[in-house]
Design a protein around this ligand. Structure first.
Ligand SMILES: [Zn+2]
Length: 47
């Protein structure tokens, strides 16, 4: 899935994705930018 990378300042493919659940119960996805390795975070389980 793609997510916005704050370092690249553009949408990048996210690798090492991991599904997490927020405190409010909403699903989210955590991962790393495939280009620079910066931690990324996106709301929603996504595809
Ligand atoms: Zn990046």
């Amino acid at each position: 899935m793609d997510a916005y990378c704050v370092k690249c300042r553009q949408s990048r493919e996210m690798k090492n994705t991991e599904k997490v659940t927020l405190k409010n119960g909403r699903p989210a996805t955590r991962g790393e930018c495939s280009v620079c390795g910066t931690k990324m975070f996106r709301i929603g389980s996504g595809t």
